[in-house]
Design a binder for this molecule. Structure first.
Ligand code: SAH
Ligand code: SF4
Ligand code: F3S
Length: 466
């Protein structure tokens, strides 16, 4: 080889290396906010040549986006890391490097511990610092083990790329858009104020521009996200503060954006303008996730929820007066410290009174660092299990009753994806139910009129109304 060809081939090799496709595998745990964040991280990495893969074994970078809400969720991370350590070792034996990163709420809460317990981990990055991910990976490449968990002073959303058209198209016709992060409520059972930091609202212009990009990429339905979404108070164009009701009005002006939702809401932050939006905006779907956690006023007080069951019931009546076809979903915790049989009976009574279309329920899980963990009268595991079973039976009965009520109704269906049978499509009802329909002449993204004909265990069946 002459000197010249040697230089040329070295250059070619370098070019190959820099353009080499690197693959990232992201595993998402926890809530919708993590789903949103995982996409933003993937988009940020795409700038550095990373493409997403569904095959963990192929990945040059594995990112676990974790959840700390209950003990079980956090434990999952360590068992996943155990398996990843083996994979990393195996790949190293084949001469292939694999970086391991831990993001999300466990990263934020237990960053040091992760680095100590899991030597295979190269990077720990908390939710406030995702915009620093590409730079952090460069440091890993230089041989550092990186811990990025400070509460960022800068606005990560200004630095993270908004979803582009092609990626949005690939992700489908519904999308999440985080408008608010963090929480200042400090419910005594909950880790979120510690993992996600204090409440931050994104400004109106940022949100509207991102929503427009989503719609340009074919999105028909946007769900606004926040740990406490109805506490959103963003700066408007003139620096004035807007509330969520006003934001929904502004978003409903976007051409082609057919449906809006928002989640999760706190009962204390349902203000008049938000309730009025349910009356005034046909785009705002008649379905609201409004957790109360317990039906006992004594327990609500101990949880620091700062409202009573009577206030909650009155609030629902006001929202339903604005939007009569509104259906509710909620979250419940059984076995909070000090919860008696009588307190639990109050929860069952509240569920009977409200009537939920769907709800999530959990056994109380002691979270280190929260005030609840300090309380003496923890409820025994078998009592919690028994209460959970009874509550879930009631909630499931209500869910089925709600589905049955839908049979015979004509509703709008947003078609989201192909069904199992040829010609079949799966869409979402206004109440977030999955609906199967034979709709050969329609396509994904269409909103069609259908009549509900029957119910299955987890979905509904419908026929097209011509
Ligand atoms: N911001 C929302 C809740 C976010 S966390 C709200 O205020 O309602 C999602 C759900 O997880 C909560 O509604 C609660 O039901 C459950 N959860 C939170 N901490 C928990 C804990 N320590 N044990 C069991 N469930 C918990
Ligand atoms: Fe947690 Fe309460 Fe904040 Fe919801 S409102 S995120 S339950 S502290
Ligand atoms: Fe879990 Fe963090 Fe969401 S603790 S529920 S991933 S905000």
């Amino acid at each position: 080889m002459t000197q010249e060809t040697a230089v040329l081939s070295a250059k070619r090799e370098m070019a190959l290396e820099s353009s080499a496709v690197r693959k990232v595998f992201v595993k998402t745990y926890g809530c919708q906010m993590n789903v949103y964040d995982s996409d933003r991280m993937t988009d940020a990495l795409a700038r550095d040549g990373y493409v997403a893969t569904d095959v963990m074994e192929d990945a040059d970078l594995v990112l676990l986006n974790t959840c700390h809400i209950r003990e079980k969720a956090a434990e999952k991370v360590y068992s996943a890391l155990g398996r990843l350590r083996e994979l990393k070792k195996k790949k190293a034996g084949e001469g292939r490097e694999m970086m391991i990163g831990v993001a999300g709420c466990v990263a934020q809460a237990e960053g040091d511990e992760i680095l100590r317990r899991a030597p295979a981990v190269d990077l720990v990055i908390g939710p406030q610092t995702y915009h620093r991910l590409p730079e952090a990976l460069k440091r890993v490449k230089r041989g550092e083990r990186v811990l990025e968990t400070d509460y960022a002073i800068e606005d990560k959303f200004e630095h993270l790329p908004a979803p582009d058209k092609a990626k949005t198209r690939a992700r489908g016709v519904t999308a999440f858009l985080t408008v608010q992060e963090g929480c200042d409520k400090f419910c005594t059972f909950c880790v979120v104020p510690y993992t996600r930091g204090s409440e931050v609202s994104r400004p109106v212009a940022q949100i509207v521009s991102e929503a427009q990009k989503l719609v340009d990429g074919g999105v028909r339905e946007i769900t606004l996200l926040g740990q406490n979404v109805n506490a959103w108070h963003g700066s408007g164009p003139n620096g004035d503060k807007w509330g969520l009701g006003e934001l929904l009005h502004r978003l409903s002006e976007i051409d082609g954006l057919a449906r809006l939702r928002y989640t999760t809401s706190h009962p204390r932050d349902m203000d008049d303008s938000l309730i009025a939006a349910h009356r005034d905006l046909p785009q705002l779907m008649p379905y609201l996730h409004l957790p109360i956690q317990s039906g006992s006023n004594r327990i609500l007080k101990a949880m620091n929820r700062r409202h009573t069951t009577a206030e909650y019931i009155a609030l629902i009546a006001r929202i339903k007066a604005a939007r009569p076809d509104l259906a509710l979903s909620g979250d419940f915790i059984v076995g909070f410290p000090g919860e008696t049989d009588e307190d639990f009976a109050d929860t069952l009574r509240l569920v009977e009174t409200v009537g939920y279309a769907q709800a999530f329920s959990f056994k109380y899980s002691t979270r280190p660092g929260t005030p609840g963990a300090e309380l003496d009268d923890q409820v025994p595991e078998d009592v919690k299990a028994n209460r959970l079973e009874r509550l879930q039976a009631l909630l499931l009965k209500q869910q089925h009753a709600f589905a049955e009520q839908c049979v015979g109704k004509t509703i709008d269906l947003l078609l989201e994806k192909p069904g199992r049978m040829p010609g079949q499509l799966i869409g979402r009802s206004p109440w977030l139910q999955s609906v199967n329909v034979d709709a050969k002449s329609s396509q994904i993204g269409d909103i069609i009129s259908v009549r509900i004909t029957g119910t299955g265990p987890n979905s509904l069946f419908a026929e097209v109304v011509s």
